[in-house]
Ligand binder design. Structure first.
Ligand code: MF3
Ligand code: CO
Length: 246
């Protein structure tokens, strides 16, 4: 689970490209575009940056990125018929491979003017990530990160999705350890300098329960409340966590 200096260098490059593309895709979010327009632009940027999608064909996933709108939590499949409208919130999740190493990041964007509660939801997803990485230090444990995320989300009166988690990342998109967005401090795998973790809180406006649509991928809230997702890859270092998806 601990990466070498050379591996970290490649992961860093993958992560930098990943974030750069995510920011650009976030800027194109506006009412009237289809989620597939984001996919198309994403694939173009992936190509132009000399990387490939880490998602396409991963366990059979049929697109280059994930675009999840409103009550869709994660793994939304971009579609030509799914139009964005004012008031929507849209999470874009992108993973790329650079010279055999992966980067993975996600953020949730407003479409025009959105409800105040949805602004708070998006802010809480981001805030819970930062709460989580405050515990991303050598000799602490994976459960310390999860507990910090969960406490932050609960104190903001939102709920944490339990069925999906963050993960180690490297040659593979998903590596050990698994990094749940909930848990008990002092439990789980010990964190070590040189580990790279994708930390990705998925949080819901109302209840935590989710289900998967008939497409086999799209994760939605059971109660129809909105959801937000925020993800970065983080390198564990003694001096403190280093966000690689910058
Ligand atoms: N960031 C998500 C994850 O790590 C995206 C995976 S989409 C998949 O689970 F298609 F690759 F599964
Ligand atoms: Co991920």
């Amino acid at each position: 689970m601990v990466k070498t200096t050379c591996e970290i260098a490649k992961i860093k490059t993958a992560c930098g490209i990943c974030k750069k593309i995510l920011v650009e895709l976030g800027c194109m979010v506006e009412a009237g575009i289809a989620t597939y327009d984001i996919e198309e632009k994403g694939e173009e940027l992936i190509r132009k940056n000399g990387v490939v999608s880490a998602f396409r064909n991963y366990n059979g996933y049929p697109a280059g990125l994930c675009v999840s709108v409103n009550e869709e939590v994660v793994h939304g499949i971009p579609s030509k018929g799914k139009m964005l409208k004012e008031g929507d919130i849209v999470s874009i999740d992108i993973g790329v491979v650079y010279r055999g190493y992966c980067g993975d990041c996600a953020d949730t964007f407003p479409v025009g003017k959105i409800q105040e509660i949805h602004k708070k939801l998006i802010e809480a997803a981001r805030g819970s990530f930062y709460a989580g990485i405050s515990a991303a230090l050598p000799d602490l444990k994976v459960g310390d990160i999860g507990a910090a995320i969960e406490n932050f989300v609960k104190s903001n009166n939102f709920s944490v999705v339990k069925e999906f988690a963050g993960h180690g990342i490297g040659k593979n998109l998903h590596e050990y350890p698994e990094v749940p967005n909930f848990g008990r401090s002092g439990t789980g795998e010990v964190l070590k300098e040189g580990m790279v973790l994708a930390i990705e809180p998925m949080i819901n406006q109302h209840k935590a329960a989710v289900r998967i649509l008939d497409d086999g991928w799209t994760v939605v809230t059971k109660d129809g409340g909105y959801a937000a997702h925020y993800e970065n890859c983080v390198l564990i270092m003694k001096r403190g966590p280093e966000i690689l998806t910058v």
